[in-house]
Design a protein around this ligand. Structure first.
Ligand SMILES: Cc1ncc(COP(=O)(O)O)c(C=O)c1O
Length: 405
C-alpha cells in the first residue's frame, strides 16, 4: 500500500479529521466564494428581501439599487456599452438560449466550433430540427485550438450568426474571439460569445471582441452564487432578439405584450435578487483583486500541475502547451487505460481531491481531442487554490498510479 501523501497548508481540513478537502472543479463552479459574497446575500435576505422594480416603497427601491449596482459592475467588467445592455439570467445556458433562439431565424446558417459546450450545441441542434437551420461546426485542432481562417472559410452569404466559446471547458484552450468577431462583422453576422470559462479570469472587452451577445455565468470565476448569469447585448442585436420568456417586468404594466425597453425585454419574472447581490460582490472581488493577478495565479497552478503530472508519468495531458494559450483547466487521460471514473472516485474517497471525470457536457470537444466516449479526468484550478494543494494532488495521482486502478 503506497503511503498516503499529505496536503500542505493550503488544503481545507476534511470532515471528521479525515482526508483534507481539495477542490479542483472550479470549471464547474468556483469554491469557496469570497466572504463578501455571502455577506451581500445575507444583507439582502435580512435587510431587503423585496422585489426590485415592483414597488415605490423603501425595500423595493433598495432591491432596485442592488440590481442597478450589479449591472454597473457587469458593465465595468466587460466595458459594456450601457447599463441597459446588461440583462440577468439564471446562468449562461439560459443566456445562450436567449441569444441563439432569439436571433436565429428559420433557414438561417450558423457557424460554431468543435469545442462547444452542450449549452451551445443543444440549442443549435434543437433549432436545426425544429426550424431547419443549417449549422457548420468548424473543426478545432487536437489541442482544442481554433484557426480563425477556418471560420472565414465556413462563412456563407446567408450566415446570420457565429456562436462560440471563449475557452474550452475540457482542455482550457483560449479561442481567438476577437479575430472571429472581425470575420463575423465582415459578413454582417451576429456574434455570440460564451464566456463561461473566461469571465473573471481574462480581460474581455465587449466592443473589442466585436460581440453582439456576450453571455456570462455568475457562479464560476465571477465568484457569485449558483443561479446567476446574464448577457451583454449590442443595440443592433437587442432590437432583433426575441425574448425567450414573456411576462411581468414591473414596467409598462398596461401592455399585454412584452415591452421593448432594455433590459426589461429580457428579464421577465421576479429576479434572483439575492443571487444578483452576491454576484455583484463577486465581481467587485474580481475587479479589486485584478484579472491579471487572478489569471497569473491560476495559470501558474496549472503549469505546476502539468509539470508534476509529466514527471510522474503514465498520464496523457491534453490541451495547448503554452500557458498563455489556456485557462487553468487541465484534462488528463491514462496511458494504461485506467478507468477514469474510478480514479476520480478514489482521488476523492482516499485523498479528498475533488475532480470531475467524463465528458464534461462537451462531447464535441472530446471527439476533437480524441477522448470520446471515455472522456478525461479534469482538474480545474481556482483563485483560492494553492501550490500545496496542487503538489498534494500530484502525489495522490502518483500513489494511485502505482496501484491497480
Ligand atoms: C463553456 C461553457 N459553456 C456553458 C456552460 C454552462 O454553464 P451554466 O451551467 O452556468 O449555464 C459551462 C459550464 O459548465 C461551460 O463551461
Amino acid at each position: 500500500m503506497p503511503s498516503r501523501p499529505r496536503a500542505g497548508g493550503g488544503a481545507r481540513p476534511g470532515v471528521g479529521g479525515g482526508a483534507p478537502s481539495v477542490y479542483f472543479d472550479n470549471a464547474a463552479t468556483s469554491n469557496p466564494k469570497p466572504p463578501q459574497v455571502l455577506e451581500a446575500m445575507e444583507h439582502y435576505m435580512k435587510k431587503v428581501c423585496a422585489s426590485p422594480g415592483r414597488g415605490g416603497y423603501r425595500w423595493s427601491l433598495d432591491a432596485g439599487r442592488i440590481v442597478y449596482q450589479a449591472r454597473a459592475k457587469v458593465r465595468e467588467l466587460f466595458n459594456a456599452p450601457a447599463l441597459e445592455s446588461v440583462a440577468f439570467t439564471m446562468n449562461v445556458t439560459y443566456a445562450l438560449n436567449c441569444a441563439i433562439q432569439g436571433l436565429v431565424r428559420p433557414g438561417d446558417h450558423v457557424v460554431t466550433t468543435s469545442v462547444e459546450h452542450n449549452s451551445v450545441i443543444r440549442p443549435l441542434r434543437f433549432m436545426q430540427e425544429a426550424y431547419g437551420i443549417q449549422v457548420t461546426v468548424v473543426q478545432c485542432d487536437g489541442r482544442g485550438m481554433l484557426d480563425p481562417d477556418d471560420v472565414r472559410r465556413a462563412m456563407r452569404p446567408e450566415t446570420r450568426t457565429v456562436v462560440m466559446t471563449h475557452a474550452s471547458n475540457v482542455v482550457g484552450s483560449v479561442l481567438p474571439v476577437a479575430e472571429v468577431g472581425r470575420v463575423a462583422q465582415e459578413f454582417g453576422a451576429f456574434f455570440i460569445v460564451d464566456t463561461a470559462q473566461t469571465a473573471g479570469v481574462l480581460d474581455i472587452d465587449f466592443a473589442a471582441i466585436g460581440a453582439d451577445v456576450l453571455a456570462f455565468t455568475g457562479h464560476k470565476s465571477l465568484m457569485g452564487p449558483p443561479g446567476t448569469g446574464g448577457f451583454v447585448v449590442s443595440s443592433r442585436a437587442a432590437g432583433e432578439m426575441r425574448p425567450l420568456v414573456h411576462g411581468g417586468t414591473g414596467s409598462r404594466s398596461h401592455l399585454e405584450t412584452q415591452p421593448e425597453d432594455l433590459p426589461d425585454k429580457f428579464e421577465s419574472g421576479t429576479m434572483n435578487t439575492v443571487g444578483i447581490a452576491g454576484l455583484a460582490a463577486g465581481i467587485e472581488f474580481v475587479l479589486s483583486t485584478g484579472l491579471e493577478r487572478i489569471c497569473e495565479h491560476e495559470r501558474s497552478l496549472a503549469r505546476r500541475f502539468v509539470d508534476g503530472v509529466r514527471e510522474i508519468g503514465g498520464f496523457k495531458l491534453y490541451g495547448p502547451e503554452a500557458p498563455g494559450q489556456r485557462v487553468a483547466t487541465v484534462s488528463v487521460g491514462s496511458e494504461r487505460g485506467a478507468d477514469l471514473a474510478n480514479l476520480a472516485y478514489r482521488l476523492d474517497a482516499e485523498y479528498g481531491v475533488m475532480v470531475r471525470s467524463g465528458l464534461h457536457c462537451s462531447p464535441l470537444a472530446h471527439r476533437t481531442i480524441g477522448t470520446f466516449p471515455e472522456g478525461t479526468l479534469r482538474f480545474s484550478f481556482g483563485y483560492f487554490n494553492t501550490e500545496d494543494e496542487v503538489d498534494y494532488a500530484v502525489r495522490a495521482l502518483a500513489a494511485l498510479a502505482t496501484t491497480d486502478m
